[in-house]
Design a protein around this ligand. Structure first.
Ligand code: FES
Length: 191
């Protein structure tokens, strides 16, 4: 004959009729319920934390670090007349030029961005000019615009001789020819 489950004690060693009303059993059930509830809230909290972290990462993606605004570019003697140094183009957006302006030989740092809509210009050695690939503006070696829609010359960055004798370019300061700022000694090194 099958065992009557209703009469089986829920707590081992305790008579069935006393289990339902026994305070120890109720306490045990309450404790078990509390544990499960606690586990549930813990899991919920962890999931919420992960969600918040994911959302924060989406809203605040990795910061793109900018290069420092100042950099050393070797000694003036490294720049014979007519040289356009292109190695600082990608990292700093700079053409370092040993050229002439108003008949005077100077070393200056031109900003690579076209003054039309900001495309990056290209140095064309054979034609001795900076050419914008977007709409065809052209700039002579001194940075002055002479063809295409660019309304003004390329901009210059600050440049000086540092204490160690090297050229130091500072891209946080800009000088514009059309504002008469290229006569400022802060934007060229006499050569
Ligand atoms: S952005 Fe250079 S010509 Fe338009």
């Amino acid at each position: 004959m099958p065992e009557d489950l209703d009469t089986k004690p829920a707590v081992a060693g305790m008579p069935a009729e006393t289990c339902a009303t026994d305070p120890r059993r109720r306490g045990l059930l309450r404790a078990m319920f509390g544990s499960f509830l606690g586990l549930g809230f813990t899991a919920l909290g962890a999931a919420g934390g992960l969600w918040a972290a994911g959302t924060a990462r989406f809203l605040f993606p990795n910061v793109i670090t900018k290069p420092p605004s100042r950099f050393k570019a070797g000694f003036p003697g490294d720049y014979p007349a007519g040289r356009v140094e292109t190695r600082y183009k990608d990292e700093y957006g700079v053409w370092l030029v040993s050229g002439f302006y108003n008949g005077k030989r100077q070393i200056y740092a031109l900003r690579t961005a076209c003054t039309h809509l900001g495309c990056i210009t290209i140095w064309q050695e054979a034609e001795q000019k900076f050419k914008c690939p977007c709409h065809g503006s052209g700039f002579s070696m001194d940075g002055v615009n002479f063809e295409g829609p660019a309304p003004r010359p390329l901009e210059r960055y600050a440049i000086r001789i540092a204490d160690d004798g090297q050229l130091e370019v500072d891209t946080s300061r800009i000088f514009q020819e059309e504002l008469g700022q290229w006569t400022d000694p802060g934007c060229y090194v006499p050569a």
